[in-house]
Design a protein around this ligand. Structure first.
Ligand code: GLN
Length: 559
């Protein structure tokens, strides 16, 4: 049977969580035995988000096939088993890029190329590309209804209903029902206006997911249903929740999946979300907590490390722990002496995430030195591996000018240098080492123990690499290279031996992209485990010191 489509649009304001709503519907449909795929259309003109600043766009999520995509694809992968590729994320820029290439080739045979039908046909063709071997495709349209730039996508989904019929297409609109404090009331007018806007472009929504901070009464639901021309049952309270992993449960409670099946005439199995229920009960009943200090430069904008933060949560949940993440501005650690150390005390583990450019590097190096010397578990990802190598080369090997040619092109000791295959490539879009690469692990290493295998595949996004000319002096001083590509070209993982440090590991890839709440990534599990052991050690030392103070105050210097 051909796939059926659910189209998700958003109204009133941005950031209502359309991506999470789409992912959660996918999760519920999978829990009934259906096969789903998810796709996102972004109405901006960049070909992909790869060249956009993290402040503008948030994290760039990388797929196995090396596409640089919107962060909502991360939610899709974390909530479902859909296998995402570059076909799962399209921007206006990429649609136009295709059309212009066709026009230049002469494919349009002299016709005038127009938004309707040429742009809309290209959008519909992209939608059909991801419908093979699945029962339901969930297609999210980025932006807010009423934006000029999203019009061609809205028109394309209107046509999809014309083409495929009512039983094969469903329109889900995510909207806002705000509580106005001074009036003491929930207000339905923004939703009414937003639906009116959709109607003006030919779309009558079937289901309204109403974002709100409190439950919608029967009366409010009835009012929205009446004004927006939907069934009362199809007005859903999409209430704010403490953890994003609760969203599928709240949707299940509101009967979203039942409605979808009824509207799309799908006969599916009984819903089984027991694993998600169990997960949420762990979220709500942690046995203890763990604190991780994240030293980076895009800290003030949380979306820039979305997958990373989730992967840390997964690692903590795997051990029944509540995660406290503190974002530490790297530049704030650039003190003359060791004053920066006071900012780092109190964390159970320290992590330096991926990043680009020179700003904040000196602070990251200080953070890493602190973790190495004080034996605080350290996890370096991509840039965090590169900076760990530089710190080691400078402070342990004594190569004071060790650097990456990214930060100092003239440095005599290029521990990290431009990827050999990228020399001479100046264009920025899509030119990094991207996507999944195989990696061989050293048997017996920290990495191999964490993964419980010696062969892995992980996703990359970088332009610089470890310079193997420095392998000898660094390994002679105690650094261990525990992961490399099978042909030995690229160093992928470095670590310190467990005899030297409880947990010190850096990887050139981004493990956070493959971590899921129900399948936490082995490196995040092992890092959090080490951080928690460090916490327990510190607690034990603190109480031993207190006992000592009580028993022998003269010895410990109490007056
Ligand atoms: N800037 C570094 C590089 O391009 C690290 C990239 C990253 O952390 N994703 O290699």
């Amino acid at each position: 049977m051909p796939a059926k489509y659910i189209f998700v649009t958003g109204g009133v304001v941005s950031s209502l969580g359309k991506g999470l709503a789409a992912a959660s519907m996918g999760c519920l449909l999978e829990s009934r035995g259906l096969r789903v795929n998810l796709q996102k259309f972004d109405p901006y003109l960049n070909v992909d988000p790869g060249t956009m600043s993290p402040f503008q766009h948030g994290e760039v999520f990388v797929t196995d096939d090396g596409a640089e995509t919107d962060l909502d694809l991360g939610h899709y992968e974390r909530f479902t088993h859909a296998k995402l590729t570059r076909d799962n994320n399209w921007t206006t820029g990429r649609i136009y890029e295709q059309i212009i290439a066709k026009e230049r080739r002469g494919d349009y045979l002299g016709k005038t190329v127009q938004v309707i039908p040429h742009v809309t046909n290209e959008i519909k063709a992209a939608m059909k590309k991801v419908s093979q071997d699945v029962d339901v495709c969930i297609v999210e349209i980025g932006g807010t209804v009423g934006d000029i730039e999203s019009l061609p996508f809205i028109e394309a989904i209107r046509q999809m209903r014309q083409d495929l019929g009512r039983e094969n297409t469903l329109f889900v609109h995510v909207t806002l029902v705000p509580f106005i404090g001074v009036a003491g009331e929930l207000k339905t007018k923004p939703t009414q206006h937003s639906v009116k806007e959709l109607l003006s472009v030919g779309i009558q929504p079937d289901i309204l997911l109403c974002r709100t901070d409190r439950f919608l009464s029967k009366e409010i639901k009835g009012k929205i249903a009446l004004f927006c021309n939907v069934e009362e049952e199809a007005v859903i309270t999409a209430i704010d929740v403490g953890s994003i992993y609760e969203v599928p449960l709240t949707f299940a409670h509101e009967g979203v999946d039942k409605l979808v099946l009824r509207y799309l005439h799908i006969d599916a199995g009984v819903r089984d979300i027991s694993r998600w229920e169990e997960l949420v009960s762990r979220v709500n009943n942690p046995k203890d907590e763990v604190s991780i200090g994240l030293v980076g430069k895009y800290v003030e904008y949380e979306d820039s490390y979305k997958s990373l933060k989730e992967a840390l949560v997964h690692g903590a949940l795997s051990q029944n722990l509540k995660l406290n993440v503190s974002w530490i501005e790297a530049e704030g650690l650039e003190t003359k002496g060791r004053e920066y150390e006071s900012q780092l005390e109190g964390y159970d583990g320290i992590l330096v995430p991926g990043g680009f450019g020179k700003r904040g590097i000196a602070g990251m190096l200080n953070g890493i030195r602190f973790a190495r010397e004080r034996k605080v578990p350290y996890f370096g990802i991509c840039l965090g591996m590169q900076t760990a190598c530089i710190e080691f080369a400078r402070d342990v090997v004594g190569l004071e000018t060790a650097n990456s040619s990214e930060f100092d092109p003239a440095t005599p000791h290029r521990i990290i240098y431009k990827l050999r295959e990228l020399r001479g490539v100046e264009e920025l879009g899509g030119t990094m080492r991207l996507g999944a690469w195989q990696c061989k692990l050293e048997p017996g290493s920290l990495a191999a123990k964490a993964y419980r295998t010696n062969e892995i595949s992980e996703r990359h996004r970088h332009r610089y690499e470890f310079n193997r000319e420095y392998e000898q002096p660094l390994t002679a001083a105690g650094l261990r290279i525990s992961g490399a590509t099978p042909d030995g070209t690229y160093v992928e993982i470095i670590e310190l031996p467990e005899s030297e440090h409880p947990y010190f590991l850096g990887c050139q890839f981004h493990p956070e992209f493959k971590s899921k709440p129900l399948e936490p990534h082995p490196l995040f599990v092992s890092f959090i485990k080490a951080a928690y052991e460090n916490r327990q050690r510190r607690v034990a030392e603190k109480s031993a010191a207190e006992v000592e103070m009580f028993l022998r105050p003269e010895k410990v210097g109490r007056p």
